[in-house]
Design a protein around this ligand. Structure first.
Ligand code: GDP
Ligand code: MG
Length: 524
């Protein structure tokens, strides 16, 4: 289907345009598509537009500027951008974006809108891309639309957009008040799991207003809990004003639906919670795609139970992140999306391999550690506090890798990694594999621990187990006790492991850590 005014366009040209739908865009726009629309646009002196989603799929092709609006009627993104970018031609004109173009960008909360200027001889004379910046738009002029920057800027734009949305919504949106529910099946780890679940809930931004445990030999098929406990839970919800139940047990789609119907509030399980945390923290394109993939895989088997009613509890924890717009009910389409994402992530993984080979001789350090230990804070501190450190991201690297100088011309690459969590479902490990692998290829691991966490030793063990499982168990490692501003060293619950004591917040101990890193790398 070609949108807009197709009058006077030859049949074979329309067919040719139709065929563009089958081309995947691995760049901002595929070059073959670009060439085709520029040619047709110049020949007919009409604007041609292409709407592309984050998976690189062509959603719509339109002719004429009137076609533009109908083609990209994507609706408003509430928490994030709509996930659609729109590239259109300006025949016989420069690539300058008009106010109309920019209002299309804003009204549809597009990822980006781009114009291709075409000279009278049919040559491209430049590109202009606009990204949403709060309520306005930020413009970039470029000679080559397919520099990787064009795609990366979407992520920056999305962060700004989310920040501006959450600011305006913060007052309106009530905080999520969660009740934690678990079934004690007699497992040794049960207590620990609960403690951890509580922390995860807090990390996700929920306020924990109650907890309930049932001892059973086996979870109930329909409701996980027995009848009596279910009534108790209802009462607890009423009394605490909770609007979210977080279940420690893995829920099937049917169980989730049964519980939501019975309780009248949103119910999620541990995996859903973990995904939510990852979704709100993913910063790189690769990370966001990985989260989206994990979300789709997680949701696919649950669709049956949702019974076409996915829209009911769409906001907040359990529904956030880059994948939130993609939770359509069509299983086949979701499978296609999963395949697409896997291909894109694979491609990014290959690029990553290549980068890794290119920087083969460069010393590298990976920050590993439990979620919320302070890895990203430390990353910022190490790469910024250093006078010689580049404040910007090292151009060709993933946004989570930075160059840190130890002295003039002596630097190492520092990579932040995704947080580790107990019982990380195996499909997540699969989805985040390429990111986790950064740890395998690093010369030295810096294991960041939250020294103020009462559960410190268990978190330490979880991280070691994950490292072991990805084949990074024997790397040279520096143990770092972070958040020492909050505790006394003699209160620590892990006296056994030697390490460096720091606070990424106050900067305490950082010089010692730097020395330790440099010496482990044999850098100077
Ligand atoms: P990550 O998940 O390991 O990347 O952890 P983050 O760097 O995102 O930090 C998690 C939380 O801990 C944030 O709220 C930080 O501000 C906080 N944090 C990090 N380092 C310190 C520290 O040394 N002291 C204190 N008090 N808080 C810290
Ligand atoms: Mg982090």
């Amino acid at each position: 289907m070609i949108y807009g005014n197709t009058d006077g366009i030859k049949r074979h040209i329309l067919d040719m345009l139709e065929n563009l739908y089958s081309i995947k865009n691995y760049d901002f726009i595929d070059n073959a598509i670009l060439e085709a629309i520029v040619k047709v646009s110049a020949d007919y002196n009409r604007e041609i537009g292409v709407a592309i989603n984050r998976n690189g799929k062509v959603l719509a092709i339109s002719i004429g500027s009137s076609g533009l609006v109908s083609a990209i009627n994507v609706g408003k993104g509430e928490r994030s951008l709509s996930g659609v970018r729109f590239i259109h031609t300006h025949p016989n004109a420069s690539s300058m974006l008009s106010e109309a173009d920019l209002s299309v960008l804003r009204n549809n909360v597009l990822d980006a809108i781009a114009a291709v200027g075409i000279s009278s001889n049919g040559d491209i004379n430049g590109f202009t891309v606009a990204y949403i910046d709060g309520s306005g738009a930020e413009l970039y002029h470029t000679q080559d639309i397919n520099t990787s920057d064009a795609l990366k800027k979407i992520i920056e734009a999305e962060k700004r957009y989310r920040a501006s949305v959450s600011q305006t919504k913060a007052n309106k949106d009530e905080i999520e008040r969660a009740i934690l529910v678990s079934v004690d099946l007699g497992a040794e780890q049960h207590e620990l799991n609960l403690v951890e679940l509580k922390e995860l809930a807090k990390t996700a931004g929920a306020q924990v207003v109650g907890a309930l445990t049932q001892s059973r030999s086996k979870p109930d098929n329909r409701y996980i809990l027995g009848k009596g406990k279910l009534e108790e839970l209802k009462l607890l919800i009423q009394n605490s004003g909770a609007n979210l139940v977080i279940m420690d047990e893995e829920l099937s789609g049917l169980q989730q639906r049964n519980l939501e119907e019975e309780l009248g509030i949103k119910v999620i399980d541990r995996s859903g919670l973990i995904l939510d945390i990852f979704a709100s923290r993913a910063t790189s394109l690769e990370g966001m795609l990985q989260v989206e993939l994990a979300q789709l895989k997680y949701n696919l088997p649950r669709l049956i139970g949702m019974g076409g009613d996915m829209g009911r509890f769409r906001n907040g924890i359990g529904m956030r992140g880059p994948g939130e717009k993609k939770l359509e009910l069509d299983r086949r389409r979701i499978k296609e999306q999963i395949n697409d994402l896997e291909r894109r992530i694979e491609k990014l993984g290959k690029e990553r391999d290549l980068r890794r080979k290119n920087r083969f001789s460069q010393p590298s350090v990976a920050l590993v550690g439990y979620t919320n230990a302070g890895k990203s804070t430390l990353m910022n501190l190490l790469s910024r506090s250093d006078v010689l450190a580049e404040d910007k991201l090292f151009a060709t690297l993933d946004p989570v890798t930075r160059k840190v100088y130890a002295a003039e011309k002596k630097f190492y690459l520092l990579t932040d990694t995704v947080g580790f969590i107990r019982k990380l479902p195996h499909q997540f490990i699969e989805a985040f594999k390429s990111t986790l692998e950064e740890a395998v290829y690093a010369d030295v691991l810096v294991h960041v621990m939250d020294a103020s966490n009462p559960n410190l030793f268990n978190q330490y063990k979880v991280v070691c187990e994950v490292l072991e499982s990805i084949g990074a168990g024997n790397k040279p490692m520096i143990n770092v006790y972070n958040k020492m501003d909050k505790v006394n060293s003699n209160e620590l619950t892990v006296p056994v492991i030697s390490g460096v004591y720091i606070s990424a917040k106050t900067g305490q101990g950082i010089e010692e850590l730097k020395k330790e890193i440099i010496s482990k790398l044999n850098l100077l």
